[in-house]
Write a protein that binds this ligand. Structure first.
Ligand code: AHG
Ligand code: MN
Ligand code: MN
Length: 354
């Protein structure tokens, strides 16, 4: 073959080992014991939900009833998109058949959804954000799904899932699906962070990056600067700092999963602080911030509320919100330093007044 006949881009897909998600989970746990089998099956079910959602999204503009609003509101008072409701139901129906999950809790449901037929054996709870970045759905921009798995503790006889109100260290697995130019699934079961790309021709998620590590510092800061006048002074101090120093660049997509994925790959920090209207910020702990914090720590980064490690936060309720500062170690520390400086100043001012 002459150079002119040679394809410009070599086809490398067959060079790969083609590690599938379920095989990867078993490899990571180096075991075939019951728990390893369960985790592998759980991840397989999440992958199935992701494929079903991805299939609908890829043709959403052509399918009757895929885009737009349902007309209803969720428990957070946000208008529900048809894709939010669809994806919420996909996870339920996929896990109904699993036998592994007794309860599912999501952004779109005020209370957990129980699957009574699974409850005597289903030892796990799936907590999820079925569509993250809903405002991007109708304009065909990147969106995601976020998931977290916890072991059920106790019998939950009262049916209010109070065992879920524990800190983020209780997660045994977490991850997200990114519906972008390709569909990716990124997960951790506490043995590093690994990403998979959906090969639509095979219908399988194939390993694309193993043991992802975030740089200790990166150039990106990701936050909604439209909220500048609603932030506390310490956050404004930080933004003034990045505006006045070389080497920073802003990226904000309106979908946490997309912004997080960029920062995980390139380094930097995503911030959703408290605002005047929402003093605890917008993001929900159990199915947005805590799963991503679990991944970030596994990748060598950090997640903080500004005053506390995010994985230490115990939620008061299923839909509790917390401020979120997440990303490269040094960048998270820089944001925290502005918060600490302002806190010290107000303490000193109080003391000098008394
Ligand atoms: P969701 O679509 O699940 O409600 O989440 C939207 C979240 C998150 O994805 C994003 O980072 C943030 O809302 C954007 O909020 P603003 O529009 O206030 O910037
Ligand atoms: Mn979300
Ligand atoms: Mn959502």
């Amino acid at each position: 073959m002459t150079d002119i006949d040679r394809p410009l881009v070599e086809e490398h897909s067959l060079d790969r080992d083609c590690t599938t998600l379920s095989r990867h989970v078993l490899q990571q746990l180096q075991s075939f014991n019951a728990e390893a089998q369960d985790l592998s099956a759980l991840m397989n079910r999440i992958a199935l939900a992701a494929k079903i959602i991805s299939r609908r999204l890829s043709r959403a503009g052509l399918v009757e009833g895929a885009l737009g609003f349902t007309g209803g509101m969720n428990v957070q008072g946000e208008s529900v998109k048809k894709m939010d409701a669809y994806a919420n139901d996909v996870f339920i129906s996929v896990f109904k058949q699993s036998g592994l999950v007794c309860r599912l809790a999501s952004e779109e449901m005020e209370k957990p959804y129980y699957i009574p037929e699974n409850c005597p054996i289903g030892r796990y709870t799936l907590i999820y954000d079925p569509i993250d970045g809903s405002s991007n759905v109708d304009i065909n921009l990147n969106i995601g799904s976020i998931f977290s798995i916890r072991k059920q503790e106790g019998d939950d006889i009262d049916g209010n899932a109070s065992d879920l109100l524990q800190n983020g260290h209780k997660q045994i697995a977490a991850g997200y699906v990114l519906y972008g130019p390709s569909t990716m699934l990124v997960y951790s079961i506490g043995t590093g962070v690994h990403s998979f790309t959906l090969d639509p021709s095979l219908g399988e998620f194939i390993l694309s990056n193993e043991n992802i590590k975030i740089p200790d510092h990166g150039p990106i800061y990701s936050m909604n600067e439209g909220n500048f006048w609603q932030w506390e002074e310490s956050i404004r101090d930080y933004i003034r700092y990045v505006h006045r120093h070389e080497g920073y660049t802003a990226r904000y997509s309106g979908a946490l999963v997309g912004d997080f994925h960029r920062i995980l790959s390139q380094g930097g920090v995503f911030i959703y602080p408290g605002t005047v209207k929402k003093p605890e910020g917008k993001l929900r702990l159990l199915y947005e911030s805590a799963p991503l914090a679990f991944l970030m720590e596994q990748a060598g980064g950090r997640a903080s509320t500004g005053t506390q490690d995010l994985l230490e936060v115990v939620p008061e309720a299923l839909h509790t919100r917390t401020p979120l500062i997440i990303g490269s170690k040094e960048d998270v520390a820089l944001v925290e330093s502005f918060i600490q400086d302002r806190a010290r100043e107000s303490k000193e001012a109080l003391i000098s007044r008394s």
